[in-house]
Design a protein around this ligand. Structure first.
Ligand code: SF4
Length: 805
């Protein structure tokens, strides 16, 4: 008889094998969510050993089974870590964990755990294939010391099939809901309209190019200046393409503050009638109901029985009926049903059409990648990924993989240890002092080292024991609890031992910070491009954009894109060129050795230029020290001065911006390149009429940076290693700094670049199209003040374009 026309649904076995009905709490070994990427090497080593030692051992055995229910054919597939074929018929799952004792305890007391259902499902597939019931073995391995332990489970076929019937019924319901969501998205795609009746110049070209890129299945690296409307210009085609495939867009930015721009773009689409549901992932610390996000059922009632409460109250479906998945709404639901609102926001990802999140939710070692993928995955059913401000991604990704611990970090915890329950104070302080001594034991000059992780693990183990005792005692956990901070900090560093490969090196660093000696142990990742590329595989299309991505060959490499499958595009500013004057002063040198001699010249040049046209200006320096030096030479009292401080709080930054908006006296803001005032901040209209970019802000020339340069020499183009390490990152800051002046088509202003290096080809080639015709020499003026005067005079007279308007 011919098979019915069934809809085939592919399901990864790990997403299939879940307790039914759901049970469990949010905790370290819950078994829900994604298995960590780290630890794969441990798996492979054990498998190789097992192949050598155990006759009939097959590693990574591909297993698959089909179940027919209603109109669906569910195809469940996975790879069992090991199957022993022959007389000792056995299926083996390997689980590695840093805290393997905790996992062992969990699995021993809970045989309704997702890991056990995985093992049973492999066993059941083998039983269906061979008619024999295999033994089930869980092999637990410590990623800390590689110690192993085994737990055996039975496969009771009758009990398994009872669970199976429930799970398949549940899947049928889930699939119907998902199909409805898919269909709704396809309709939304057809209806999705660009929200402006007349797109800006360049915007149509941007959208069309992205659409062509999707057809060609190419990743895209796009440089586009402010004013092009690039956020909506990238989001619109990305969303249209995703929705047409029943999927969503994941939109990532480097800072929470930049989420707002993306949220506003989504709102504009909604205002035009788009039926789309956005979700912004808000940081756990902001969503959490407790004093500390200590996510385990002993401490937090919102973690306790979380999965059970979600299922019993049908919360995922309740969430999917909400028009907006706002932080407030999710917290209300969390309160009402006593579930963690942060975790609930992650559950809501599946039902959202646009997810706006920080980079770390996609790219860090603790990313949510597993949550961003649909459980029912077909090749085409992958989200599109949009990376905003992509010039930040290589350094951010390297940071995710560059853990460090310093004596200062630990010393900063000591005061909070004095506030904990008196019973625990002394021991906590001793543990903290031991940690400091361990770092100090490396003493001497800054250098590359091989960190001996044995004593780190040993101390970590004692800290964990202490933490258990601390949490089990009936005491109040405080906000910013010192014990939690200490143990988390040290544990995170201990786990860094798992980071290995040619792109890593380890250092001991000694420097002076705020007058005190600070000592640091650090693992540095020189290049996260392989990891980034791995992440992209979870998405159908990837579009990375920013105002500063040139040279493209550099950005492509460090962003993890391959030349053959990537399309690079540059767009020019849509604003009238006559609104902007760019000048280059090569007589100034900001090289470190030349700074004392040049500080007075810089101050004088700024004051002369500002005197031509009073208003608000910003001066962006390569360092705080140099900024202070130059400030000392400023004489003009007709200007108020605002000076950026190190580690400025957000409300203080807002104060500065409000001040500049309403200032009744001309203001000069002194700030650093790459800082809070030079990127991601808008100074519209008269809030800023000029920017002085004082030299390229080359990263500090230290031994760590030199190790990175040597890595680039070995791995990439030797001749380009210096540029990759120093010049290109510096120029990204320069161009971001210069970009503060012209933020809208009515903005007018001057940009003054000070340093002869800006004339060199390697520096000039990174400058955006439209800054000059042939070369940066065109920006040099022999009569700066008269050029600036002419520029402002020409601005006073109505522009041709304005007359027409
Ligand atoms: S409410 Fe806070 S502590 Fe509880 S699970 Fe959520 S984030 Fe963790």
């Amino acid at each position: 008889m011919a098979k019915r026309n069934l809809r085939k649904i592919q399901i990864d076995l790990r997403q299939f094998a879940l307790p039914c009905p759901r049970v469990g709490s949010i905790e370290a070994h819950s078994g829900y969510g994604q298995t960590p990427k780290l630890g794969q090497e441990i798996h492979q080593n054990i498998q190789r050993k097992r192949i050598r030692e155990v006759p009939g051992y097959v590693a990574e055995k591909k297993l698959s089974i089909e179940f027919e229910r209603e109109q669906y054919l569910f195809v469940i597939s996975g790879r069992a870590d090991g199957v022993i074929e022959g007389s000792q018929f056995q299926v083996e799952e390997i689980k590695s964990a840093f805290d393997v004792e905790g996992l062992e305890h969990k699995l021993t007391v809970d045989d309704n755990h997702p890991y056990v259902w995985q093992l049973r499902t492999y066993g059941y597939i083998l039983y269906k294939q061979t008619g024999e019931v295999p033994d089930l073995k869980m092999l637990l391995v410590s990623s800390r010391n590689f110690k192993q332990s085994e737990i055996y489970f039975e496969l009771d076929i009758e009990a398994y099939e009872a669970w199976l019937a429930l799970r398949l019924a549940e899947l049928v319901e889930e699939t119907k809901i998902r199909e409805k969501l898919f269909k709704k998205r396809v309709v939304s795609s057809e209806e999705l309209q660009f929200p402006f009746s007349s797109p800006r110049p360049g915007q149509v070209e941007l959208i069309e190019n992205i659409q062509v890129g999707f057809v060609e299945e190419k990743s895209m690296v796009i440089q586009a200046p402010t004013g092009l409307g690039k956020t909506i210009g990238v989001l619109y085609p990305s969303l249209k393409d995703s929705l047409a495939r029943g999927q969503k867009v994941i939109y990532v930015t480097p800072k929470n503050s930049q989420h707002q721009v993306a949220e506003e773009a989504v709102e504009r689409l909604q205002d035009q009638g788009a039926s789309i549901r956005p979700l912004t992932i808000t940081a756990k610390s902001k969503m959490c109901f407790k004093a500390e996000p200590l996510c385990n059922p002993q401490y937090c009632e919102f973690a306790k029985d979380y999965y059970k409460k979600i299922a019993e109250n049908d919360l995922i479906n309740k969430v999917s009926k909400l028009r907006s998945l706002s932080q407030k709404k999710l917290q209300e639901l969390g309160e009402q049903y006593q579930v963690c609102p942060f975790e609930l926001s992650l559950e809501a990802i599946e039902r959202a059409d646009v997810v706006i999140a920080d980079y770390n939710y996609v790219f860090s070692t603790r990313s949510l990648l597993g949550r961003l993928e649909l459980p029912l995955m077909e090749p085409n059913q992958k989200a599109n990924l949009v990376i905003d401000e992509a010039h930040n991604l290589p350094a951010r990704a390297q940071d995710y993989f560059s853990p460090a611990i310093s004596t200062r970090d630990l010393q900063n915890i000591i005061p909070s240890l004095g506030k904990i329950n008196i019973r625990f104070q002394k021991r906590a302080q001793l543990l903290c002092e031991e940690a400091i001594e361990l770092i100090e034991s490396y003493h001497g000059e800054s250098r590359t080292i091989q960190i001996n992780f044995e004593p780190v693990f040993e101390l970590e183990s004692r800290m964990r024991e202490f933490l258990s005792e601390y949490l089990e005692a009936d005491i109040e956990i405080q906000t910013q609890d010192g014990v939690l901070k200490l143990v988390n900090l040290w544990s995170d560093f201990a786990q860094a031992s798992e980071l290995q490969g040619p792109e890593f090196f380890q250092t001991y660093q000694k420097n002076r910070l705020y007058g005190e000696i600070n000592q640091t142990l650090k693992l540095t990742c020189c290049d996260a491009s392989v990891h980034l590329n791995e992440v992209y595989k979870s998405f159908k299309n990837v579009v990375a954009f920013s105002a500063t991505l040139k040279p493209f060959s550099y950005s492509m490499k460090l962003l993890g894109f391959y030349e053959l499958t990537t399309k690079c595009l540059e767009f020019v500013s849509p604003f009238p060129k006559e609104h902007r004057k760019i000048l280059l002063i090569p007589q100034i040198s900001t090289k470190y050795k030349d700074r004392p001699a040049n500080a007075p010249k810089i101050a004088q040049a700024m004051e002369r230029i500002m005197a031509v046209k009073p208003g608000n200006y910003i001066a962006l320096f390569p360092s705080f020290e140099f900024m202070k030096d130059v400030e000392g030479y400023l004489r003009d009292s007709t200007y108020q001065r605002l000076v950026q401080q190190r580690e400025m709080k957000a409300d203080r930054v807002d104060d500065f911006l409000s001040f500049m908006k309403s200032a009744d006296k001309p203001t000069l803001l002194l700030a650093v390149q790459g800082g809070i005032f030079s990127e991601g901040v808008d100074f519209p209209g008269d809030m800023l009429i000029g920017a002085f970019v004082i030299g390229p802000a080359l990263p500090n020339f230290d031994f760590e940076r030199e190790q990175i340069r040597e890595y680039y020499e070995r791995s990439y183009d030797k001749a380009q290693a210096f540029n990759y390490t120093y010049v290109y990152p510096a120029m990204a800051k320069t161009i971001q700094s210069a970009g503060r002046v012209i933020r809208s088509e009515n903005d007018k202003g001057i940009i003054v670049l000070m340093d002869s290096r800006f004339l060199e080809t390697t520096y000039a080639e990174t400058m955006p199209q439209g800054w000059f015709q042939q070369g940066a020499q065109e920006l040099v003026s022999g009569k700066i003040i008269s050029d600036v005067t002419d520029f402002w005079n020409s601005i006073q007279a109505p522009m041709e374009s304005e007359v027409e308007a």
